[in-house]
Design a protein around this ligand. Structure first.
Ligand code: NAD
Ligand code: TDX
Length: 331
């Protein structure tokens, strides 16, 4: 199968390419990636000889058309992905997440190519801390930030192209991922690399906000499962029952990195900060048999800490600019 992976030089996309090479050696993989600040072609170095890499932007309709014409399936990861950046400058989010997805949709429509669209649980807004309900496929979209609203808009475009133009597409909305190759702007790598540098973890607001954590390999195995066995037109929520408050995550990191439990600081809260995300992934589990393999977040975080300790050359270059941006935002 010829698979075109958009955003394959980013965190989840690169892990997806590694996972697909390991588990689906018959797939012929082409990656298209604009190599924004979040993309790094070195993320694909271990598989560079086995894939085709195209440096290009989804805004380039002719390029997207020619790449899609040569594919059997498109797995669409490319997006601007960081909430804090979207609050600072929303335009790149509109351009990549909405217009980029539009370009992909028009190309798959023209060429009759199967699409799997990657999205996030953030499109559903947030839940109260004590709400017994979790997000399901029928939860109404209610996004909070420019990031999540452009992702929700992209999801709606995909659904409209399914219904009105009959494209063969599936969608998945996943919870917060962790693992190797995640940019140092995100919660877990920011704190791990900060602690390595002797800087206290920075907790937004009270730190009671809850995220539903999943290992990136579990997410990507679910995506491969949906590409192969998902029903056309359907949306699947992906989650691994990993709800933890940000305070709990920081406590785990401090413990694993031999720092005192109170060695962190509170910083300004994120405007519009979603309180809690929680995923009910029973549809995916029941229909396809997919199950997460990483059940122990402490062990998963320990492995992630080890990866960042061993790959300082990978993250060091981005650390200074990232912290300068946070300093400007007061976070
Ligand atoms: P990332 O920011 O690490 O990577 C995004 C990649 O897309 C980068 O390589 C970037 O260069 C590329 N890209 C951005 N705009 C592009 C464009 N216009 N044309 C071509 N390439 C472009 O993001 P990530 O965390 O790997 O997220 C990947 C996808 O998964 C996104 O769609 C995101 O919304 C979704 N998602 C992420 C999470 C998470 O926890 N990180 C959870 C659920 C869903
Ligand atoms: O320094 C920090 N301190 C802090 O308390 C940072 C960077 C974050 N936080 C908080 C904000 C969130 O409540 O930690 C939580 C996680 O923050 P992020 O890593 O920025 O992730 P989040 O905003 O939850 O979004 C992530 O998951 C869903 C991804 O970035 C999105 O792409 C994905 O859709």
């Amino acid at each position: 199968m010829r698979a075109l992976i958009t955003g394959g030089a980013g965190f989840i996309g690169a892990n997806f390419v590694h996972r697909a090479r390991a588990t689906r050696p018959d797939w012929q993989i082409t990656v298209v990636d604009a190599l924004t600040y979040a993309g790094n072609v070195d993320n694909l170095a271990p598989v560079a000889d086995d894939i085709t890499f195209v440096h290009g932007n989804l805004a380039d309709a002719d390029l997207v058309d020619s790449l899609v014409a040569d594919a059997d399936v498109v797995v669409h990861f490319a997006a601007e992905s960081h909430n804090d950046n979207s609050l600072d400058d929303p335009w790149p989010f509109v351009e990549s997440n909405l217009i980029g997805t539009f370009r992909v949709l028009e190309a798959v429509r023209r060429h009759g190519v199967r699409l799997h669209h990657i999205s996030t649980d953030e499109v559903y807004g947030d839940l109260a801390l004590d709400d017994p309900e979790r997000f399901t496929e029928s939860t109404p979209v209610n996004p909070s930030s420019p990031y999540s609203s452009t992702k929700a808009g992209a999801d709606l475009l995909v659904r409209a192209w399914v219904r009105s133009f009959g494209i063969e597409a599936t969608l998945s909305n996943c919870s917060n991922n962790y693992g190797p190759y995640q940019h140092v702007e995100k919660l877990i790598p920011r704190q791990i690399t900060g602690i390595i540098d002797g800087v206290k973890p920075k907790l937004y607001g009270t730190g009671e906000n809850v995220r539903d954590w999943i290992h990136v390999d579990d997410h990507n195995d679910a995506v491969i499962t949906i590409v192969e066995r998902g029903r056309p037109g359907e949306t699947y929520l992906i989650g691994a029952d990993g709800e933890r408050s940000n305070r709990e995550i920081i406590a785990l990191l401090l413990d694993l990195m031999d720092k005192p439990a109170d060695w962190f600081e509170h910083v300004n809260d994120r405007p519009g900060h979603d309180l809690r995300y929680a995923i009910d992934s029973s549809k995916l589990r029941t229909e396809t048999g997919w199950e997460p393999r990483y059940h122990d977040i402490r062990a998963g975080l320990a492995a992630t800490i080890a990866w960042y300790r061993e790959h300082e050359d990978w993250w060091r270059a981005a650390k200074g600019d990232t912290e300068a941006r946070y300093a400007r935002l007061g976070r």
